[in-house]
Ligand binder design. Sequence first.
Ligand code: PMP
Length: 383
Amino acid sequence: MIERVSSSPVRDLLALIDRPEVISFAGGLPAPELFDLDGLRAAFHQALCEPVGRRNLQYAPTEGNPELRALVAARMTGRGLPTTAADLLITTGSQQALTLVVTALLGPGAVVAVEEPTYLAALQCFRMAGARVVPVAGDEHGMIPEALEEVVRTERPTLLYLVPTFANPTGRTLPAERRAAIAALATAHDLWVVEDDPYGELRYRGSPIPALAIGAPDHVIHLGSFSKIGAPGLRLGWLRAPAALLRTLVIVKQAADLHTSTIDQAAAAIYLAATDLDAHVESLRTAYRARRDAMIAALPSTTPPGATWTDPDGGMFVWVTLPGGVDTAVLLSDALAHDVAYVPGAAFHATTPDHATLRLSFTTNTPEVITTGLARLAPVLRG
Ligand code: PMP
């Protein structure tokens, strides 16, 4: 295991951005000023009052708080993915859900198919399990089903990992037809699919697209999270899986941490029951939409001619590709000297890094600060 776990020069560089003068587009963080501090404080207060407070500080069943599971199930059903409390396991963030799925499904040498680029910490998780990660070709609309079919035939993956909606790091969204085609392939080839969906509610344009899980209910493990619509410090996520696999995942979670924090789950259940979460999410959408717009508006004057970038319908990220043979990891120290930060794109690639790419997050800065930060980045990227 030790040899499969390493730090990276980029991580070491990004550790330097904790200076207040740096405008950071690096972290994939929700905006802290938009956390519902009053609502969450009230929920925690109530969760710690007599008589429920004592139960909420006790050990609890691995599956999770029954009220929270019912509330999450109702929300998922309302968003178009019919779900009951019994379909759900509450997890310590969706990151833990990924670990549980990997532990349950992947032996050493197993093959995992992914989009390229994809979520860095998912790649880490697959690699630590000793899995072989195989990229599937995609385009500006995400994974190409025909390319997946080829990979399924030649590599026989056990698992496909996808962030179909507002992906990290690209911001791309997989269209409905491709979801249906991938769901059909999963069913035909008995392929497990992880549909990782932490960003789906953060839509700033267009209409929701049905979840992949609808097309292949027996093969899709759908992951959700409170991190981007609530607050990530709560470490609350959930997974929806077919019944037999769910039973295994409950046992794996029991071995991992017995259960997710009882008090956090209780507070979240009280919060969800008492709050108009739709209204809160709408206020996030309004703020983030303006931040995305500011970033997209500034990119033509930030980047050199020939650069391209995604214009996401939602989520937190814009993915930039620079022309020529530049290495954005090398440019990062220059950017930090200009008091601005981003994440170089290479590490998001499973196999063949594209060094001319970078990820910009637009959520944690106001439109004015985004404009200032990108003006600082312009001389770095334009040379
Ligand atoms: N999946 C993706 C695609 C993510 O971007 C993140 C967080 N950045 C996670 C999972 C983990 O989220 P959580 O806080 O729910 O563990």
